[in-house]
Design a protein around this ligand. Structure first.
Ligand code: MLT
Ligand code: ZN
Length: 460
């Protein structure tokens, strides 16, 4: 029987698509570096349908690629080899909210923002946040262990997963951890599926933990003299307050936000770098502490100017300077790097990488921004308008090895939060030892013996 007919036996007719527009749309993510070429797109509505599909795919030697909000930046959801794309768009039901457990059980196609809003409606808080939260899905967040802008205060997606239902590559349904806070009964398989990029199996449901809602957050943007000063500012504020975010961007990044988006510059005095920090300003002492720390940083010469939000609206406006960077510079088809080292190594790391890029990319504009409070730096090289994309990517990738060698020397990560996918797969050995990669392959073989789950992503 034709494969499409067999798929229509598992799914409703309107849940199997193979028109060329759908194949293009659902066969890629935000990377756009590979030409999508899937066989078909299916839209499951239940765990059982996915189980039936995985069994069928094993029988017919078909490969499956999971597709969430398609906002990934590593090619993890790209289907370029006649795979079947499993789009979670119709698995978007919130199944249960529990105010005592402070948890939400949902299908994995629930949009991140939907989960954040549901928490807020119930006077609670889902703290994992990033610019694409209006499109990304919770299953994709878990599969890449998404980080974003509040990791300093709240940690990664991993910290908020209480339970998972998964369908393994062998076609078994596993219910992992059942929403428990404590469970000391051996290997926690839940954590293997977090950050696995769909290579072991597909996450179909997740129980997510919620936090107490912040009462009244305030944002400060500070103009900072250099990176060592930025780290001193971070240390001073962290000692004074519980920070929920500590981000940075360079003056060139701000220039693009100003010229392309029309966003006002936050301070009168300009500086090479800007820190954006956020804290829960729920009493006067906290605000006094923040202002006292700001003055101390000015006296030390680390900060030349600064602004503090006076309302939630103003806080949101300041946040846009950082949150909208990625979307704004996408017009320049940037070559993206997502690197991390331990926080104390950030100044040495940034100096070393900056030296490499200044030497090798003298004709390109280089933007720095990111989550400096957790050691994660985004390095973006902008494509000159008159340069062909192929030539640009080729020139940039030549320097990858030098950047990754520095990263390796400092025991950093070549992909802090965007994942490995296709784009970083061939560089994995810069962050993982041969022994680790061998164990990763062995784990994959246990859960996905025929190698049908997102093949070629993360591992060769
Ligand atoms: C961000 O921090 O803005 C995102 O990780 C996206 C990006 O790196 O451009
Ligand atoms: Zn980021």
């Amino acid at each position: 029987m034709d494969i499409l007919d067999s798929l229509k036996k598992i799914f409703d007719d309107n849940c199997v698509l193979n028109d060329s527009e759908s194949l293009q749309t659902f066969g890629k993510d935000w990377t756009k570096t590979h030409q999508p070429d899937p066989l078909a797109i299916v839209f499951p509505k239940s765990t059982e349908q996915i189980q039936a599909l995985v069994k069928f795919a094993n029988q017919e030697s078909l490969s499956l690629v999971p597709s969430g909000g398609r906002t990934g930046l590593s090619g993890g959801a790209v289907a370029a080899n006649k795979e079947i794309v499993v789009a979670f768009d119709k698995m978007n039901q919130v199944l249960e909210f529990n105010s005592v457990d402070r948890s939400v059980k949902c299908q994995s196609g629930v949009i991140t923002k939907q989960l954040q809003d549901l928490a807020t409606e119930n006077k609670l808080f889902y703290p994992v946040d990033f610019a694409s939260s209006g499109s990304s899905q919770i299953g994709g967040n878990i599969s890449t262990n998404a980080g974003g802008i509040k990791v300093v205060g709240y940690g990664l997606t991993r910290n908020w997963v209480l339970g998972l239902t998964v369908v393994t590559g062998a076609g078994e349904i596993l219910k992992l951890n059942h929403g428990l806070v404590k469970n000391a009964t051996g290997y926690d398989l839940r954590h293997l599926f977090i950050g696995a990029e769909g290579t072991l199996g597909f996450i179909t449901e997740a129980t997510m933990k919620l936090a107490r809602a912040p009462q009244n957050f305030s944002v400060m943007v500070l103009a900072v003299t250099d990176i060592p000063a930025l780290m001193k500012v971070f240390e001073a504020f962290q000692n004074a307050l519980d920070l929920s975010a500590f981000e940075f961007f360079s003056d060139l990044t701000l220039h693009y936000m100003h010229t392309d988006k029309g966003y006002a510059k936050p301070t009168e005095q300009e500086a090479p770098f800007y820190a954006l920090l956020e804290f829960d300003n729920d009493n006067e002492q906290r605000e006094a502490k923040a202002l006292e720390t700001f003055e101390y940083c000015m006296e030390q010469g680390w900060v030349v100017d600064g602004v503090m939000s006076q309302s939630i609206e103003q806080a949101k406006t300041l946040w846009k300077l950082r949150e909208d960077v990625s979307e704004t510079i996408s017009a320049y088809t940037p070559y993206k790097n997502d690197l991390s080292v331990t926080i104390s190594k950030v100044p040495d790391f940034l100096d070393a990488v900056d030296e490499i890029v200044t030497k090798n990319y003298s004709e390109f504009e280089v933007l720095w921004y990111g989550h400096i409070g957790d050691g994660n730096l985004h390095l973006n090289i902008l494509k000159p308008a008159d340069m062909d994309a192929g030539e640009f990517n080729q020139k940039c990738s030549v320097v990858n090895h030098q950047v990754f060698e520095v990263t390796q020397k400092l025991e950093g990560s070549i992909s802090a939060e965007h994942g490995v996918g296709l784009l970083k797969r061939d560089y994995l050995e810069y962050s993982r030892s041969p022994e680790e990669i061998a164990y990763m392959n062995a784990v994959k073989a246990v859960f996905d013996p025929n190698g049908i789950m997102n093949p070629g992503k993360m591992l060769k």
